[in-house]
Write a protein that binds this ligand. Structure first.
Ligand SMILES: NC(=O)c1ccc[n+]([C@@H]2O[C@H](COP(=O)([O-])OP(=O)(O)OC[C@H]3O[C@@H](n4cnc5c(N)ncnc54)[C@H](O)[C@@H]3O)[C@@H](O)[C@H]2O)c1
Length: 342
């Protein structure tokens, strides 16, 4: 049954997907109320929701998901906790794994405990397909699905896998009404320019080359963030309690193909590629089968990749101030540390 007039506590709503999700919900359900709890790490940005600042049904609370007293205070009259907050960048997890354990594992556990203590609040965990590990390039017909065993390889994906397990454990042990979604790689407006698509687009806008890892053959499934938001929305309102839903964009691209799509979309050629040292432990291929969310909740990705990339390039072209402010800040230290690592 699709629920309306909900009060949602969204964690991590100042980040890329969380902010797109809040915009999606408040546009689609004007009667819903949303509280956005975000500690505003380097990745959190209130500019992402500037147009909603004065919306009567939207409230921002600055705080850490590990602050259980604060979470209990704001979650008490909410119908659901929709949990996006995380450390989300694989490369950063190689440099600093503990932050990932802290926020993604301990933070998720802290939220689950509050949800339990508040009389078993409805809880949705936004997770990743990376928990399933890596597929080979040779076996093109294989794809991740809800029954695929977990086999995470990076500190990021391991921390998300651990948090998925905790979420399920709270369902089985305490009856906490949970759902989980495991989604493939997102792209679209407001994505922090450390992630490959906005990094490449903004580098080209700055006249710089794009750093392509290894042989460029690693494959990812790309989904537009609006399609992911729609799927999460369907799962929180109509998904089966205790269930997991895999969400993919049906759009597998090698990193080389992705790079060429961006280069061509912006009028550049292959000479703008700089091949760089690969990410250690770089997963070879991800692919996701979304049959369950399609069959049970009628979801389909609406944005095709070509349209989506064009829309995303246009968004970064029209929002230069947004990404230039980010790229001229602390971001530079991280970028240099990562690309100059030994
Ligand atoms: N980006 C993707 O392609 C993708 C794909 C599948 C799943 N996911 C998952 O979706 C979620 C959102 O991803 P994203 O790309 O929007 O991430 P993001 O890095 O853009 O945003 C994360 C947000 O969480 C906030 N945050 C971090 N630690 C916090 C803490 N301790 N307390 C409160 N807030 C905190 C940050 O300030 C930021 O606003 C994550 O859980 C991620 O694992 C992402």
């Amino acid at each position: 049954m699709i629920r309306k007039n909900m009060k949602l506590l969204v964690t991590g709503g100042a980040g890329f997907i969380g902010s797109n999700f809040i915009r999606y919900v408040l546009n689609k359900y004007p009667q819903d109320q949303v509280i956005n709890l975000d500690s505003l790490t380097y990745a959190g940005n209130l500019e992402n929701l500037k147009d909603f600042e004065n919306h009567p049904n939207y409230k921002f609370v600055k705080g850490d998901i590990l602050n259980s007293e604060l979470v209990a205070h704001i979650a008490v009259d909410c119908d659901i906790i929709v949990h996006f907050a995380a450390e989300s960048h694989v490369d950063r997890s190689v440099l600093d794994p503990f932050s990932f354990v802290r926020t993604n594992v301990l933070g998720t556990h802290s939220l689950l405990e509050v949800a339990r203590q508040l009389g078993n609040k409805r809880f949705h965990h936004v997770s990743t397909d990376e928990v399933f590990g890596s597929l080979s390039l040779e076996d093109e017909n294989k794809a991740f699905h809800e029954e695929t065993p977990y086999d995470p390889k990076s500190p990021y994906s391991s921390s998300k896998a651990a948090s998925d397990h905790l979420v399920r454990a709270y369902y089985h042990t305490y009856g906490l009404p949970i759902t989980i979604s495991n989604c493939s790689n997102n792209y679209g407006p407001f994505q922090f320019p450390e992630k490959v698509i906005p990094l490449f687009i903004t580098n080209l806008m700055e006249g710089k080359k794009v750093p392509l890892y290894g042989d460029g053959k690693n494959v990812r499934d790309w989904i537009h963030v609006d399609d992911h938001c729609e799927a999460v929305d369907l799962v929180i309102r109509g998904g089966r309690i205790g269930h997991t839903y895999c969400i993919g964009g049906d759009s597998e691209k090698s990193n080389y193909e992705l790079t060429m799509a961006i280069l061509q979309g912006m009028g550049f050629g292959e000479e703008m590629i700089e091949y760089v040292k690969d990410r250690p432990g770089h997963d070879r291929r991800y692919a996701v089968r979304s049959h369950k969310v399609q069959a049970e909740l009628g979801w389909q990705p609406k944005m095709n990749f070509e349209q989506g990339i064009k829309q995303t390039i246009d968004w970064y072209a029209n929002n230069g101030g947004w990404w230039q402010r980010i790229k001229s800040g602390d971001y530079k230290d991280y970028y240099e540390q990562w690309y100059n690592r030994k």
